[in-house]
Write a protein that binds this ligand. Structure first.
Ligand code: AMP
Ligand code: GLY
Length: 427
């Protein structure tokens, strides 16, 4: 089969690495890709926002199957456009992608189907939103309705902070003026991510993971796109995984099917594990980044037939096998990230680092320049490792980090601390 992956991050490198290992894959392309992905796939300079150009490329290169990485093209309806052109594609339709594209849509779906989530209201005007915030008090959470590249959520510690967030969102502080916001109660607990493959009817649980969003050790400093992750999440016991499937994922899949817009693709539930059980914080309609990098390391089965079965509505009799190990990834970012940073700095030692036992390095933002790998983004590398425990995976990942010669980069030194503390308590 000829396969095209859309995207250019560490998530897409991990997907390309896994799909390239499939005996079903004849030729693998990635658009636009990066220097790491180029080791697994032919990178193509396509603008993936230009659906017509993607269709033309698929037709010219006899692409049998397309895998969409990021949410923006999904919410823009790339699956609908490719499928209408007769090209099989993994991912949800534009309608179903509203689970990520509209927070209000998801909250209403939860309410209508008794899916546990924080109590909320939707607002189109700042005045009414502020009245609500004053009546509820703080802490309280203010969310822009649409996609906001991870910046559309303010967990406000005071009423004043919530009011400022409302003005910021309606005033265009996120780029475009928000046309609607959601205000919800603040949930208390430990966060975890949960992934399930869906074929419109059946949901097949993949794995749980936890990530570190803050830039500095001890989970301090500003939020980022994620500085590291590990899988499985120790808080996600077998019982908790079951509850998430029964109380959240399966009712969602059923509700979308009933609404006539079945969800196909990967459903990524952001959860708060509260003292009363799991609550949905939000849905994403794609693989997580950097969670996918570690989940792919643990997957023993071939990923490609599972993605095709999800597209074809054939997951019912499908099973996936997993290595029992844990996996962890450390993100190496350009100094200055998430603020301003330099591009084009040279990275050495990648080959030596990748040779360490259990280690795999996925590129997030790199390119090749004059034969050298150089940084081409804020988050640049995902240094990943498998191990019998999170502690072992962490030790291996940091051993690899220490072999990488990149004076202009940095990473956190404590990725996985919560899980490792838990492992130590169990022993
Ligand atoms: P989201 O973009 O919806 O994942 O939100 C980003 C982050 O905001 C989440 O990972 C949580 O840490 C936090 N968050 C969002 N909603 C809530 C909530 N209702 N209660 C507490 N924290 C929240
Ligand atoms: N790691 C969070 C995300 O992919 O949105």
């Amino acid at each position: 089969m000829n396969i095209l992956i859309l995207g250019s991050g560490g998530r897409e490198h991990a997907l390309a690495w896994k799909i390239a290992a499939s005996p079903l894959a004849t030729k693998l392309y990635c658009a636009p890709g990066n220097a790491g992905i180029a080791q697994e796939a032919e990178c193509v300079a396509l603008d993936i926002a230009d659906h017509k150009a993607v269709i033309a490329f698929c037709k010219a290169n006899q692409i049998d199957f397309v895998v969409v990485g990021p949410e923006v093209p999904l919410v823009a309806g790339i699956v609908d456009d490719l499928e209408s052109a007769g090209i099989k594609t993994f991912g949800p339709t534009k309608w179903a992608a509203r689970l990520e594209g509209s927070k209000g849509f998801t909250k209403d779906l939860c309410k209508a189907n008794n899916i546990p989530t924080a109590a909320y209201e939707r607002f189109k005007s700042a005045d009414l939103a502020k009245d609500y915030v004053r009546s509820k008090g703080a802490p309280i959470v203010v969310k822009a309705d649409g996609l906001a590249a991870g910046k559309g959520v303010v967990v406000a510690a005071s009423v004043e902070e919530a009011e400022a967030a409302i003005d910021m969102m309606f005033g265009g502080g996120l780029g475009e003026k928000a046309w609607e916001i959601v205000i919800e109660d603040c949930l208390v607990g430990e966060e975890a991510s949960f992934f399930a493959l869906c074929d419109g009817d059946t949901a097949l649980p993949l794995a749980s993971a936890q990530d570190h969003k803050r830039v500095y050790d001890g989970d301090k400093g500003p939020n980022t796109g994620g500085m590291g992750a590990y899988t499985p999440a120790p808080i996600m016991t077998e019982d908790m995984n079951r509850r998430v499937m029964d109380e959240i994922v399966i009712p969602t899949v059923k509700a979308l099917k009933k609404a006539g817009a079945p969800f196909k693709g990967v459903l990524f539930a952001g959860l708060m594990i509260t003292k009363d059980g799991p609550q949905l914080i939000e849905y994403n309609v794609r693989f997580g980044d950097p969670e996918t990098q570690v989940i792919m390391l643990r997957m023993m089965s071939d990923l490609l037939p599972a993605l095709i079965a999800a597209r074809d509505g054939q997951l019912k009799h499908f099973d996936l096998r997993w290595y029992p190990d844990a996996a962890l990834t450390v993100v190496m970012a350009a100094k200055g990230y998430p603020g301003s940073y330099k591009k084009g700095t040279v990275i050495g030692g990648l080959d030596t680092a990748a040779q360490l036992d259990g280690v795999e390095i996925f590129h997030a933002g790199t390119k090749k320049e004059n034969g050298a790998i150089v940084a081409n983004g804020g988050r640049v590398l995902n240094v990943c490792a498998r191990g019998k425990t999170v502690a072992e995976a962490q030790a291996r990942a940091y051993a690899a980090v220490d072999k990488i010669d990149w004076p202009d980069g940095f990473c956190r030194r404590d990725i996985g601390w919560q899980a490792i503390t838990r492992e130590q308590q169990v022993r």
